[in-house]
Design a binder for this molecule. Sequence first.
Ligand code: SF4
Ligand code: SF4
Length: 76
Amino acid sequence: MGERATTEKKGMVLTTPERCKHCGLCLKACPKDAISFAEDINQAGYQYTVIDHEKCIVCGMCYVTCPDFVYEIKAY
Ligand code: SF4
Ligand code: SF4
C-alpha cells in the first residue's frame, strides 16, 4: 500500500508498512523511542511499525538499520 509521511523538522520519515517483518531492530536503534508496533498486521501477517511524529527527530537511524527497507528519509 502507500507510503506514510511523517513529521515536520528538517525532513520526514516515510514508511512502507507492507515490508515490515517485525524484527524489532529499528525499535532498538531509535534514540527517541519513537517507534512502536501497530496492533494491525500487514498482508504478510506481521505487526508493522508506526512512528510517533512528536518524538521523531528525523535522525535516520531507522532508515540505516531496517534490513527490509521500510523507511525512507525525505529531506525538505
Ligand atoms: S528517524 Fe530517528 S527518531 Fe525518527 S523514528 Fe527513525 S530512528 Fe527514531
Ligand atoms: S527494522 Fe524494519 S523490518 Fe524490522 S521491525 Fe523495524 S521496520 Fe520492521
